[in-house]
Write a protein that binds this ligand. Sequence first.
Ligand SMILES: NC(=O)c1ccc[n+]([C@@H]2O[C@H](COP(=O)([O-])OP(=O)(O)OC[C@H]3O[C@@H](n4cnc5c(N)ncnc54)[C@H](OP(=O)(O)O)[C@@H]3O)[C@@H](O)[C@H]2O)c1
Length: 278
Amino acid sequence: MTTKTFLVIGGTGKTGRRVVSQLRARGESVRAASRHGEQRFDWSDESTWDAALDGVHGVYVTPLDGSTAAPRFFERAATAGVERVVLLSARGVDVPGYYGDGDVESMLANETALRASGPQWTILRPGWFAQNFSEGIFRAGILAGELRQAAGEGAASFVDTGDIAAVGVAAVTEDGHAGEVYELSGPRAVTFEEATAEIGAATGKPVKYVALPPAEFVEELAGQGWSEADAGMWTAGLSPIARGLEAKISDGVRRALGRDATDFSVFVKNAEAENAWG
Ligand SMILES: NC(=O)c1ccc[n+]([C@@H]2O[C@H](COP(=O)([O-])OP(=O)(O)OC[C@H]3O[C@@H](n4cnc5c(N)ncnc54)[C@H](OP(=O)(O)O)[C@@H]3O)[C@@H](O)[C@H]2O)c1
C-alpha cells in the first residue's frame, strides 16, 4: 500500500493545525505549510508552492483574505496531480450584502476557481469561530476583562474549529464529500454578553462586553495601529452578527460527520482545561 501525503496550507492556524493533528492521529503523512510552518509556503511567493505540492494526494487550503493568489494555486495543484482539495471559505460569501460593505469578492472567486480546477473539491463555509475567544482577536479583551467589539446585541452560532477540522479531514480523506458545500456552525447561538459571561464564569475573572457603534469601533482600531482597510474589513465581518444573521444554525457538521456540532459550553470547558486564558 502506498502512503498518501496531505498538504495543509495554513497548518499553524486555528483550523489548519487541528487538521494537521487530526490527520496525524489517523496515521496520515502530513505537510503543515505556512510562512512559519514545517513546510515553507507563502501565498505571496509562488516559488514556494511546487515543493509543497510535490507528490501530494489531498490539500486543505486556508486562503489569505484579500489575496488573489488561490485561483493560481488551484491550477498548480491540478497540474501537480493533486486529487482532492478542501477550501476554507466563509458563511455568507455567496449572499450579496451579507458583510455589508465588506469585500468578499476574493473568497467567492476562490470558490469559483476551485470548482473549475479539476481535482475533487469540497468547500467549507463556517460562521464565526469559537476559538476567536481563546486564540484569536477576542482573546486580548477576555484577558483585559473588557471585550469591545461592534457586534451589537446580536448572537452568533460560534463553530468550534475542531469541528471545522474534522469536516476538512473527512472531506480530504474519504469518499462522499466531493462537490459538497458545507455550511458550518455550532448548535446554539450565543450573544457576546452570554459568551463573555460564560468564559468569565469558567476562568473566575469576569469579562464585560461593550458593544460599540461601527464608526467608533473603526476609530478605536485605527488608534491601535490597524490600517483603515483592515479595520473596515473586521468591522464589516462583525456586521452580520449585529444584524442577527449569524444566529442561524447550519447543518454542515451533521451532514458531513453524522454527529452534532460542539456546543459553545464544551468549547469554553476545553479551552479553560488547556489553559487558554492563562
Ligand atoms: N476567524 C473566524 O471567525 C472566521 C470565520 C469564518 C471564516 N474564516 C476564514 O478562515 C480563514 C482563516 O482565518 P483566521 O483569520 O482565523 O486565520 P488562522 O487560520 O488562525 O491563521 C491563518 C493561517 O494562514 C497562515 N498565513 C498567513 N499569511 C500567510 C501567507 N502570506 N502565506 C502563507 N500562509 C499564511 C498563518 O501562518 P503563518 O503566520 O505561519 O504564515 C496561519 O497558519 C480566513 O480566510 C477567514 O476569512 C474565519
